[in-house]
Design a protein around this ligand. Sequence first.
Ligand code: ASC
Length: 150
Amino acid sequence: MNRLALALLAAAGLATALPAAAQFQKPEDAIKYRQSAFTVMASHFGRVAAMAQGKVPFDAAAAKANADIVATMSRLPFAAFPAGTDSGQTKAKAEIWSEPDKFRQGATTMQEAVGRLQAAANAGNLDQIKAAVGDVGKSCKACHDSYRKD
Ligand code: ASC
């Protein structure tokens, strides 16, 4: 490997190792980013949930496409809670920063439930989708109750 390639690799490694906060220039950028990710996630979760609840006909391909988006989005918001983003246009409660391990655990619980939803949607199994939608919904609510101002 030549020296330029090594330098590029080193730079790429450094960039991915930088703290998440460094990726937002201003606190409001992080707030907007995490709200946007949650908004897109909720929209696509709602489309699968509507099928699980029988409000719209089950469409396996649509369920899979929506669950895939939910899974992708579910990984994004949590790098956007750097210190100093607890005020301004946000409903985030101070407990996010005073009990980070519990907050992180809530995020993990949600991501695991979303993983089950994605697997169920990939399998085209409506019963499993219904169960996973219930778990995802509970995991959303648990964090909202603890960490979101009304
Ligand atoms: C949704 C959505 C949420 C959760 C929550 C579950 O569809 O947008 O925030 O489910 O309402 O209680």
